[in-house]
Design a protein around this ligand. Structure first.
Ligand code: FAD
Ligand code: SF4
Length: 540
């Protein structure tokens, strides 16, 4: 069956803050110039916001530039950040540290980024942007001379056996003069583009963390709207990078999450269980007792910073937002830079469409506030490879004495290279969930409202299936059983109960992308499932 074809000036892949900001900016520029530009966005979630998971403390700098009257337009920025706390946890105690300047949130808002995206989508549609949710970009289309000429959405109704079912519908080809990739952290098409155009030839590897988050409705006495808390230390050991966030937003809600650098070395570490254990700390637990857990989810987060920014453009398109890696790690914020990069991308592409072949996205970004902001903090995250104490000391030196102007740049190495073999690592004994503040994986995935069509090929592909047992199980005790926050990977024993086999429960996948990043031999490829599949986050 032939694929349908639709043509636009610009196609955007992903309706996150970067994709939506780019689409809005393009329409604004066209209106200012009295011209027309046709823009389409595709989004793999069942609706805009369904796959958006963030903290989030939002810095409104880019939004102020994009839609200065956002207050009058009813943007969902309802809770100004009023109080910053930074705690160092030991097993039983919490020590207040002065919040570093990057964590000063005066002027910022505690929000649901998913709800902000839903609102931005309405603004975009009012300007004439076409948004198709439930359509995943599955394939980059190349034209003459290898130029990107658009994307194709995935077909619907292909069975587990790879054969069309009665529901089969071919994908759609979206042809564009310029295609903008805004897939967020570890985008699957972006990964293919990086390879095809060798986009990383002048940059370091991207590095990541896994962020696991819950949304709670807490007792009124425990609710302090505007309060922002970050913790470091327990339950992680000093060699493992990470920490927690607790953001008190409106409606008695508290967003709580834990981020762990994926350069951790112990294959027995379980980010999910570290997060659950964190909530049992005496300084933390009381916030949640008597409350109700509303939502759960997980998502990878970029940690590579300035030195991991790849080449950003290629013939026919460019990469923006967290797909390119513009997250400010010490701030734990990337939505403001994602939006700004989308706006700069729109300005560049608009000039190109008007015939200005010299318009250069990287140059334009380098002239914007994104570049100096990321450049100034580039050495802070890599300093933590020496451990928590040395990392903190270096961060203080870099921030207060060197003021981000160190004449050196510290390097990263890829996260999957950091895993120790199981026989060289110590197993970790995690406490059982108490059902009050801590829970197991499956009841957690249940409240992520994750749903995939069962009869479809697995969207988690093993390049060499036998490596799951011959390498991962044999040498690392199958770390995917523990780092996957959704219980997708399970070792089951067949036959006499002694023959291990990797079972992939793909229908549970919350699209965090951790397996694509952390698998020790890079044997797992995350590809898009049928459009609309995945989590259905309410207001994460
Ligand atoms: C736990 C955690 C806490 C965070 N806290 C904060 C914070 O407090 N403040 C802050 O500013 N930032 C925070 N961030 C970072 C912030 O969420 C990101 O920087 C921001 O979401 C990046 O925006 P984006 O548009 O680049 O990508 P995303 O927000 O990831 O959006 C990408 C969109 O593209 C869609 N998509 C992906 N691939 C395809 C495809 N092939 N086809 C169709 N659609 C596709 C996705 O479904 C998604 O909707 C946090 C991140 C995490 C994980
Ligand atoms: S299968 Fe991979 S992408 Fe899906 S939830 Fe598990 S680790 Fe994340």
């Amino acid at each position: 069956m032939e694929r349908d074809r639709m043509e636009y000036d610009v196609v955007v892949v992903g309706a996150g803050p970067s994709g939506l900001a780019a689409a809005i900016r393009l329409k604004q520029l066209a209106a200012e110039a009295g011209s027309e530009v046709s823009v389409c966005i595709i989004e793999k979630g069942s609706e805009v916001g369904a796959h958006i998971l963030s903290g989030a403390v939002f810095e409104p700098r880019a939004l102020n530039e994009l839609l200065p009257d956002w207050r009058d337009r009813g943007a969902p920025l309802l809770t100004p950040a009023t109080e910053d706390r930074f705690l160092l946890l030991t097993r039983r105690r919490a020590f207040a540290l002065p919040p570093p300047p990057q964590m000063n949130n005066h002027g910022n808002y505690i929000i649901s980024l998913a709800n902000l995206c839903r609102w931005l989508a309405k603004e975009a549609e009012a300007l004439g942007v076409e948004i198709y949710a439930g359509f995943a970009g599955a394939e980059v289309l190349y034209g003459e001379g290898g130029r990107v000429r658009g994307v194709a959405t995935g077909a619907q109704g292909i069975g587990k056996d790879g054969q069309p079912t009665a529901q089969f519908q071919p994908g759609v080809e979206l042809i564009a003069k310029e295609t903008l990739f805004a897939e967020g952290c570890r985008g699957s098409l972006t990964k293919a583009l990086e390879k095809r155009f060798d986009l990383r030839r002048d940059s370091g590897p991207q590095t990541y963390g896994i962020g696991i988050k819950e949304l709670w409705e807490v007792e009124p006495a425990q609710h302090h709207p505007g309060r922002v808390i970050h913790t470091i230390g327990w339950p992680l050991d000093a060699a493992t990078y990470g920490g927690s966030f607790l953001y008190h937003l409106e409606n008695r809600q508290v967003a709580v999450g834990f981020v762990i650098g994926l350069d951790y070395d112990n294959p027995y570490l379980s980010p999910f269980e570290e997060f659950q254990r964190f909530k049992t700390h005496p300084a933390i637990r009381s916030t949640f007792v008597g409350g109700r857990r509303i939502a759960y989810g997980a998502r990878a987060i970029n940690e590579g910073g300035f030195q991991a920014i790849p080449r950003l453009s290629f013939p026919g398109g460019l990469v923006m937002g967290c797909a390119a890696g513009f997250l400010n790690v010490p701030k734990i914020k990337g939505s403001h830079t994602a939006m700004k990069s989308g706006m700069v991308a729109a300005e560049t592409v608009f000039r190109r469409l008007a015939g200005d072949a010299a318009a250069d996205y990287r140059d334009a970004l380098a002239a914007s506030w994104v570049w100096p902001e990321l450049n100034a903090v580039r050495n802070i995250r890599p300093g933590f490879r020496w451990g928590l104490w040395a990392g903190l000391a270096y961060a203080a030196l870099d921030t207060y004495i060197l003021r981000g102007k160190a004449p050196w740049t510290l390097r990263h190495s890829a996260d999957h290279l950091h895993l120790k073999k199981a026989d060289a690592a110590k197993p970790i004994d995690y406490p059982k969930p108490d059902g009050v503040v801590t829970f197991d994986r499956l009841s957690s995935v249940f409240i992520s409202n994750t749903n995939h069509e069962e009869n479809q090929p697995a969207h988690l592909r093993l390049r060499e299936p036998q490596r799951a047992i011959a390498v991962n199980y044999a040498f690392y005790d199958s770390p995917e059983q523990r780092y996957c926050p959704a219980g997708v990977y399970e070792i089951v024993k067949d036959g006499d109960g002694k023959t291990p086999r990797l079972q992939i429960n793909a229908q549970n996948c919350v699209h965090c992308k951790t397996c694509d990043i952390k698998d020790p031999t890079q044997n797992i490829d995350w590809v898009v499932p049928e459009g609309g599949g995945g989590p259905n986050y309410p207001n994460m």
